[in-house]
Design a protein around this ligand. Structure first.
Ligand SMILES: *[C@@H]1O[C@H](CO)[C@@H](O)[C@H](O)[C@H]1NC(C)=O
Ligand SMILES: *[C@@H]1O[C@H](CO)[C@@H](O)[C@H](O)[C@H]1NC(C)=O
Ligand SMILES: *[C@@H]1O[C@H](CO)[C@@H](O)[C@H](O)[C@H]1NC(C)=O
Ligand SMILES: *[C@@H]1O[C@H](CO)[C@@H](O)[C@H](O)[C@H]1NC(C)=O
Ligand SMILES: *[C@@H]1O[C@H](CO)[C@@H](O)[C@H](O)[C@H]1NC(C)=O
Ligand SMILES: *[C@@H]1O[C@H](CO)[C@@H](O)[C@H](O)[C@H]1NC(C)=O
Ligand SMILES: *[C@@H]1O[C@H](CO)[C@@H](O)[C@H](O)[C@H]1NC(C)=O
Ligand SMILES: *[C@@H]1O[C@H](CO)[C@@H](O)[C@H](O)[C@H]1NC(C)=O
Ligand SMILES: *[C@@H]1O[C@H](CO)[C@@H](O)[C@H](O)[C@H]1NC(C)=O
Ligand SMILES: *[C@@H]1O[C@H](CO)[C@@H](O)[C@H](O)[C@H]1NC(C)=O
Length: 419
């Protein structure tokens, strides 16, 4: 447990890295930020080029149907009609709604723990400890550099949020060895990354979303590097998945011990905790020559025995709602779902379900499915560091409406180490 306060850095940079200093607002109608006289983007989709030819389709093929007919006439001057904010509209690098503010502030809390975590492991473990895990001076420097990236990300998000932005907290961590530390880093960055993908398309401020995206693509690289440090296959999926803010907050909250009193309350839900009691374990260290068993740090390793497979029995236990959670125990877990019936597997573009079986109080089992993203001969959906949750109903979900799942969560999500 420790606290780390690079506040001087942040305070110095606030208002310079970005001109916008946001103030907190209560609804999405006010203009805010460093340019209070500039109107919010109106939603004008941009000015069509004057010489844009009529689309050569039937006229029934419209943007709303997702079908843009081909044209043989070139657009002049190379600006096809459409797009948002392409008419030199002044960008607003600020939260434009409570939804924006609370989403970005959650992401900021995530950046703060990453900054602390990366530095904490470097300080906790000796050079020899790292070497025993196959990690050397240049690897440690890379982790140190990743911590510095987090300073940049925290500055950026603090500037977007303005004076009420969350400050760093103190944290607790569930690891005792270098391999466990690296494993926790690849898990924490997984839900940090996926937590942003889940809401970024729904932000009111597209300019703020873009800056956040440019941070989170960096975090995506961190996640992959931590997988490589564990000797895992670096990216065993075709698509990185998104989860809701409440799912991300549920996964983050247990590691926050105490936060400054002035930190704004986090609006999202904490679901009851879910434990995969036989989660595949990526931490055992095998220093083998040859392909198959090696888990030494590497750009990539093939494993002869994958960490998990379709047909595997997966065991769960979960908590009842009402438990204090989060910093200063100031939040409570809650659920609005009915009885536990299914396991939701959230990975790639998909939320798929299996029946929950052998239900006994707050425990149960299921069988790992083997769906394919686009059907036969395409990527297995279930792979990598992904998410599982206990739910009451197997509702249809696509990436844009995964928040519909929140009200059906009995417990979780938990991370599932599928591969
Ligand atoms: C919300 O926006 C409306 C304008 O639509 C305004 O009248 C109202 O004062 C705003 N509410 C708050 C709390 O800012
Ligand atoms: C892995 O094995 C090789 C060959 O035996 C040895 O040189 C190397 O030091 C070992 N690495 C670790 C991290 O144990
Ligand atoms: C949490 O507890 C710490 C230590 O007692 C205290 O300094 C801090 O103000 C508390 N924060 C909140 C949000 O109550
Ligand atoms: C989850 O279950 C495993 C296996 O029973 C146990 O070792 C671990 O302590 C549990 N973790 C939590 C957070 O309950
Ligand atoms: C991998 O480990 C298994 C179990 O220890 C062993 O049977 C097998 O020969 C090993 N394979 C390689 C390629 O080292
Ligand atoms: C690695 O594994 C894939 C299947 O996952 C296999 O097609 C490929 O041949 C393997 N490559 C090596 C070098 O073992
Ligand atoms: C995950 O991907 C790796 C690398 O392609 C593969 O070896 C493994 O079998 C996959 N695991 C599952 C559960 O599909
Ligand atoms: C969950 O939230 C609802 C609505 O806010 C509340 O009525 C209920 O008491 C809460 N349940 C628990 C277990 O805290
Ligand atoms: C996975 O999601 C994609 C995109 O929404 C969809 O086309 C595909 O049918 C889904 N696959 C499964 C197995 O649900
Ligand atoms: C989510 O969106 C998909 C695609 O539009 C739709 O089929 C599904 O019914 C939606 N789910 C819910 C719960 O609204």
């Amino acid at each position: 447990m420790r606290s780390l306060l690079p506040l001087a850095v942040v305070a110095t940079a606030a208002g310079t890295a970005l001109a916008a200093i946001a103030i907190r607002q209560n609804n999405g109608t006010e203009t805010m930020g460093g340019s209070p006289t500039e109107p919010a983007p109106s939603g004008n989709p941009g000015t069509p080029g004057p010489s844009a030819p009529p689309a050569s389709g039937t006229g029934t093929e419209t943007v709303s149907s997702g079908v843009i007919p081909p044209t043989t006439t070139p657009y002049m001057p190379y600006i096809p009609p459409g797009g948002i904010g392409v008419n030199n509209t002044p960008p607003q690098y600020v939260a434009l709604s409570d939804f924006d503010w609370q989403s970005i502030n959650l992401a900021l809390n995530q950046e703060w723990i990453e900054l602390d975590l990366f530095n904490y492991g470097l300080a906790k473990f000796s050079v020899q400890d790292f070497q025993d895990a196959g990690l050397y001076a240049e690897d440690r420097f890379l982790i140190q550099f990743m911590a510095q990236q987090e300073i940049g990300h925290a500055m950026l998000l603090s500037n977007i949020l303005g004076p009420y932005a969350a400050k760093p907290c103190t944290y607790r961590y569930p690891f005792n060895t270098v391999r466990e530390y690296i494993d926790f880093c690849q898990k924490l960055t997984r839900f940090g990354e996926s937590g942003v993908y889940g809401f970024i398309e729904h932000l009111d401020s597209r300019p703020a979303a873009q800056l956040l995206l440019q941070s989170i693509t960096t975090e995506a690289r961190q996640q992959m590097i931590f997988r490589q440090f564990l000797g895992l296959f670096p990216m065993p999926v075709w698509f990185e998945t998104g989860i809701t803010q409440s799912m991300a907050w549920t996964l983050l909250a247990p590691y926050l011990v105490s936060c400054p009193a002035e930190n704004p309350r986090i609006a999202w839900q904490n679901f009851p905790a879910l434990n995969v009691t036989n989660n595949p374990d990526a931490t055992p260290f095998v220093n083998a020559s040859g392909i198959g068993n090696n888990t030494n740090p590497a750009i990539t390793n093939n494993r002869s025995e994958p960490l998990s497979f379709g047909g595997r029995q997966v065991d769960f236990s979960w908590e009842l709602p009402g438990r204090p959670i989060g910093y200063n125990d100031s939040y409570r877990t809650n659920t609005t779902a009915g009885p536990a019936k299914f396991v939701a597997w959230v990975s790639q573009l998909n939320t798929t379900y299996t029946p929950l079986e052998n239900i006994n109080g707050q425990s149960g089992t299921t069988t790992q499915p083997d769906p394919r993203v686009f059907g036969d001969d395409t990527a297995p959906v279930i792979n990598g560091t992904m998410f599982v949750a206990i739910v009451d109903q197997d509702i249809a979900i696509t990436p844009a409406n995964i928040s519909e799942l929140n009200s059906h969560i009995v417990a979780g999500p938990a991370l599932y180490q599928a591969g």
